[in-house]
Design a protein around this ligand. Structure first.
Ligand code: MN
Ligand code: MN
Length: 447
């Protein structure tokens, strides 16, 4: 006889068991669209552009904050006065930004290089010897802005951070601690080798400057007013014999952003006004004018829906889902997770009551009442979900934008997709979790 669980016990099921055959098929179809989005949205600006185009295509109302944040809004049957429903996600991801004066010639190695300054929490060694594309914008001397994208297409050249061969790395790398072996300052990318003809001081650099002017009308000073980001050049792919997983760059947090965008596109006449917010700079602490901390954007948005409404009063009555990713239990490193309270790939969207580090420091700790509401909703709609804490107590930690909404008096809880290899240039998600997040956001926005 097989052993039974007590009927009052909490048991975690996988989404593969909870979903019907039809739903799993839909999850796979959803993943196809999602991979296309990932390939088109390698930067925060590109993500906002894609979300903007999706909204326009579906005749949804969208407001932009610069080119880096946006809100899709669907008015509810109840007045704004009664509060709104918000799903908030971020569209920036860790990467290598170019410095302001990036171009130099390394005469010893005979190469032209670009200096970078990493953005967000990266493990430096991840960025060595992978093909990189350069995406972003440059504002030229005459004030004209050009959109730059090189490396994403099959016939484009790519760029790369080089590494030392194992034959020589014993002393300078192998014997050091992993985060000291590869210095942030050394993450420069290789951009050329062919010298210019003529009597220049630095012939390779001179040739690259000629090419940049010829192809894009760029001069060296133009790099100063630019946002150029080195991002993985490869496309998102299915992972596994069973194609159950998605591998790709920038899934933190574009997976939740895409799921939230798709969710609100399908929302018609909700009870409460539904808002999907997309913000920038989460990976560097949400500082900046297009971030989750800029509540003036949200305030003006609420005012635009009803000029006479008491905005603070609306905020106090509003509920929020912070749609950000969670760490998935990682094979070979399970010792840093407390497994009863960690999320795993394939068990659905992850609800985190709190984040933070140490004694929940820096966390939004959602109320039992609100967690109860969301739990009831997910169960009622039969959406696979699980709980998730980033890791063992005092092993590390992290935070999301949830706290910035809690400060405004809103109820807010984290609900996002578990990610394997989070912040690596090739992050992995499960197709059923992505689909669960989409269903969860839609259920929340229409509740
Ligand atoms: Mn995130
Ligand atoms: Mn992150």
């Amino acid at each position: 006889m097989s052993e039974k669980e007590n009927k009052y016990a909490y048991t975690k099921k996988t989404a593969w068991e909870t979903f019907s055959k039809e739903q799993i098929k839909n999850a796979f179809l959803f993943a196809e669209d999602y991979k296309i989005f990932l390939n088109c949205a390698k930067t925060e600006r590109e993500a906002i552009r894609e979300i903007h185009d999706l909204a326009k295509k579906h005749k949804k109302h969208i407001i932009l904050n610069r080119e880096k944040a946006a809100a899709i809004i669907v008015p509810g049957k109840k007045p704004v006065h009664d509060g709104v429903r918000i799903v908030i996600s971020h569209v920036d991801s860790p990467r290598l930004d170019l410095k302001q004066v990036p171009l130099y010639e390394d005469t010893e190695s005979n190469l032209a290089m670009l200096e970078t300054h990493y953005y967000g929490g990266i493990k430096n060694f991840h960025w060595l010897t992978i093909p990189l594309a350069l995406h972003g914008v440059v504002v030229k001397k005459d004030g004209k802005k050009i959109t730059f994208s090189l490396g994403a297409h099959e016939n484009d050249p790519v760029f790369c951070v080089s590494d030392l061969l194992p034959h020589l790395s014993h002393e300078v790398q192998d014997q050091k601690k992993i985060n000291e072996a590869i210095k942030g300052e050394s993450l420069d990318i290789v951009v050329g080798n062919r010298p210019a003809k003529g009597s220049f001081k630095q012939k390779i650099k001179a040739a690259i400057l000629d090419t940049l002017y010829k192809d894009y009308g760029l001069t060296e000073e133009d790099f100063i007013s630019a946002e150029l980001e080195a991002v993985p050049a490869y496309k998102a792919r299915d992972v596994g014999f069973d194609r159950s997983l998605i591998g790709g760059y920038g899934q933190d947090d574009r997976v939740c952003a895409y799921a939230a965008a798709r969710a609100i596109l399908g929302v018609e006449k909700p009870l409460f006004t539904a808002i999907a917010l997309f913000v920038d700079k989460e990976e560097i602490g949400s500082e900046g004018n297009a971030t989750a901390q800029v509540n003036t954007f949200l305030r003006s948005l609420i005012k635009s829906l009803d000029p006479h409404v008491d905005v603070d009063g609306v905020m106090l009555k509003s509920t929020v889902v912070s749609a950000d990713v969670n760490s998935a239990v990682t094979p070979n490193y399970t010792e840093v997770f407390e497994l009863k309270n960690a999320s795993v790939l394939g068990s659905g969207v992850t609800m985190s009551k709190y984040t933070g580090h140490g004694g929940k420091s820096g966390a939004n700790d959602a109320s039992a009442e609100y967690v109860g509401e969301i739990r009831t909703l997910l169960n009622k709609m039969k959406i696979p979900w699980q709980t998730g804490e980033i890791g063992k107590v005092d092993k590390g930690g992290g935070g999301t934008v949830a706290k910035y909404f809690a400060r405004l008096g809103m109820e807010v809880v984290d609900l996002g997709v578990p990610v394997l290899s989070m912040h690596a240039p090739f992050e992995i998600t499960s197709k059923v979790d992505v689909y669960s997040a989409y269903l969860a956001y839609k259920a929340f926005l229409t509740s």
